[in-house]
Write a protein that binds this ligand. Structure first.
Ligand SMILES: [Fe+2]
Ligand SMILES: [Fe+2]
Ligand SMILES: [Fe+2]
Length: 420
């Protein structure tokens, strides 16, 4: 059993929202703005579900990773196939929240499921109407649409936005919900505060720091479950890296066991394996998918991903002790790596394990910019770089582990998501 506090738990959801919104198909700070606005509206309503509404705002579109958020906001103008996929994101989001994330967040699955229902019954996925739609879902919906209105209609005035919502009373929203939105915006000029994107993470952080002290009891698999969801998001970004993070996690874990490292550190390298590439969420697909050589600028973007990985991990207290283990996977013992070109003495042993696991999987899984290399050739290469680029013990451990057909083990099929 792990005891954590509500802030550390919620920090993970803020970073899940951040990783989703960093994708180039998405809108930066969308999930965070929806959460911040929904939270304020719930406060004005004296809702007993403040925390749940904040979580629901952060995670409402988690099932839509990889989709284009613009199409989510303009669902009326797209093809039936696309529409079907978009309808399902509500179900997929609520499935991830109820079945894949650990702890009490399952309580918000139904609020999230109904965040695209319309007051007149014309929404999805169930066509609920009026009071059948949970109040929390109605709040998320109007906050979601407010964020879209701010971005999609350029230079629209505050009154223009308010009128747009007023015109949709009784079809999209109840009149109470529209009044609540406008009241919330007008109180202490919240509109002015939340209008600018750069303010949104600051507001979100202030909400995080105002959360009541509250201890939570969670299973020991808390961190593993969260990292698996992060890994799914990043691996889905790039079809050829599908399963990469979970394989790196499995290789790292088994290498650490071969090296007879204590159980706590085995868990650290496993989690670092899942998380090492989360910084790639901000690298555009055009660069990840490019077959030609990268331009100096593109290379600069790619080489920045470990820095972002570390930045995201630092923002979650529960992951503070794996920042370097995950973030140094492109450093090399002779100082030729990136982002910092660290010398060997500054690269901890656990980071050296993840480094070798990452290189081996990149070579043996074959990517566009790097052809598939057989296990034997990959091992020959790693051996040739012992004590030059890679740690000798880590290479030996990888050799032992790779003979066990771990690839199949790591890629073992997970139970399918209800709405996949
Ligand atoms: Fe949505
Ligand atoms: Fe949304
Ligand atoms: Fe990687």
């Amino acid at each position: 059993m792990i005891i954590t506090d509500v802030k550390s738990y919620t920090e993970c959801f803020i970073q899940l929202a951040n990783v989703l919104d960093l994708d180039e198909n998405r809108m930066t700070y969308h999930s965070m703005r929806v959460a911040a606005l929904a939270y304020k509206m719930a406060m004005n309503l004296n809702s007993p579900n403040l925390l749940e509404i904040f979580w629901a705002g952060l995670l409402h579109d988690i099932g839509a990773f990889g989709y284009n958020d613009f199409t989510i906001s303009t669902a009326d103008s797209i093809s039936i196939i696309e529409k079907e996929k978009i309808y399902k994101h509500t179900l997929k989001s609520s499935f991830i929240i109820s079945h894949e994330l650990p702890g009490e967040v399952y309580k918000v699955a139904d609020f999230v499921k109904s965040h695209h229902e319309k007051y007149d019954g014309g929404g999805f996925p169930e066509g609920l109407s009026g009071n059948e739609i949970p109040i929390c879902s109605q709040i998320i919906k109007i906050a979601d649409d407010f964020d879209a209105a701010l971005r999609i209609i350029p230079e629209v005035s505050k009154d223009g936005i308010y009128n747009m919502f007023r015109e949709n009373i009784d079809c999209e929203y109840s009149s109470e919900m529209v009044s609540l939105l406008i009241e919330t915006m007008e109180k202490e000029d919240y509109f002015g505060q939340i209008e600018f994107g750069a303010q949104v993470p600051i507001i979100t952080n202030a909400i995080l720091n105002s959360l009541p002290e509250y201890k939570m009891f969670l299973g020991t698999d808390l961190l593993e479950k969260i990292t698996t969801v992060f890994a799914d998001i990043i691996d889905a970004k790039h079809e050829e890296t599908l399963g990469h993070s979970s394989r790196v996690a499995a290789y790292s874990q088994h290498m650490a066991e071969v090296l007879r490292i204590n159980a706590k550190d085995v868990m650290k390298v496993k989690l670092a394996g899942f998380m090492h590439d989360i910084g790639k969420s901000a690298v555009p697909r055009t660069i990840l998918n490019k077959t030609d050589n990268l331009s100096p600028y593109e290379l600069y973007i790619v080489k920045g991903h470990p820095v972002l990985t570390m930045d995201i991990l630092r923002r979650m207290s529960v992951f503070n002790d794996i920042v370097e283990i995950a973030g140094y996977h492109h450093e090399r013992l002779n100082g030729s790596g990136y982002p910092s070109g660290l010398p060997a003495e500054n690269i901890p042993f656990l980071a050296r394990i993840v480094m070798v696991a990452d290189v081996y999987d990149a070579m043996t899984s074959g990517r566009r910019y790097q052809k598939f290399i057989s296990r034997e050739d990959s091992i020959d290469y790693l051996k040739s770089q012992k004590n030059i680029l890679f740690d000798a013990d880590a290479v030996e451990a990888l050799i032992e582990v790779s003979s066990r057909e771990l690839k199949n083990l790591a890629a073992a099929k997970k139970p399918e998501r209800a709405s996949d």
